[in-house]
Design a protein around this ligand. Sequence first.
Ligand code: PMP
Length: 305
Amino acid sequence: MPSYAFFHNQFVPLSEARIGVMTQALHYGTGVFEGIRGNWNSEQKQTYLFRLEEHYDRLLNGCRLLKISLPYTTSELCQLTIELVARCKFQEDIYVRPLAYKSTESLGVRLHGLDDDFLAFVIPWGPYLDVDKAKVGVSSWRRPDDNVIPPQVKLTGLYVNNALAKTEAIENGYDEAIMLTPDGHVSEGTGENIFLVTGGRLVTPASYNNILMGITRDTVIKLAQNELGIEVIERQVDRSELYTAEECFFTGTAAHITPVAEIDHRKIGNGEIGKITGSLQEIYSRVIRGKHPKYLDWGTPAYKK
Ligand code: PMP
């Protein structure tokens, strides 16, 4: 099935969306991206785009930071994404990748005085961490502070940090990395936020721990509180707390909720999927596919009935 892109303000086959070698963003990482899931509901033959507006609000925050001005509002970005996904007609889980970037074809490190552009494309994409439970290692690469490169938005240049940590983890035999802050506290995975279960409560690093404020993180916080009645605490987390947690899992648009079985060769709990993690996975999988009546507002149907 051919995929499409929104590129230079029109819909084109993905294979025709090409940028020039001198594009400023390619050289200096001056772009901001998002990752949005379309979750396939086979009974309804429908794809639900999950928390679409929130993703574009975050993208537009990144644009402010990078002095990128787009000629689209959040609601226009949502509309063109629905149209793009509808054109592709995939009948499986998909991933939408929007990118706003400095498009001028000239060299020179800066943000000012450059043209901006926006593109988006769709690909079919199953689970990101292709394991039912992950073995992870604490990275030797630290997550930068907000005044180094702000981690609150998805800046393309920032992801060199994530790529260094991810490849180190894979080469060391792990599935994923956990990055610490410069002062040694737990921050996040390379494409996921992290949660621990301790004393029956959920604990997750706070905004001041150099994390991306994940939309899946927010979803899990709300589902834990509202559906399971579990207390959630956002706070600074020590490295050693990772090893003594009862349960641990990652959250992310691409990774969904991925249980963590082992950290630095230490089993978490009994090394199996924990009770709270499993319950959250079960509720979350219904929520993202438009199967949970209370949370239908979070899903935007892409296909016309
Ligand atoms: N942290 C990082 C570094 C990420 O790249 C992602 C994926 N966007 C997340 C956390 C999870 O964020 P979200 O749930 O909004 O996808």
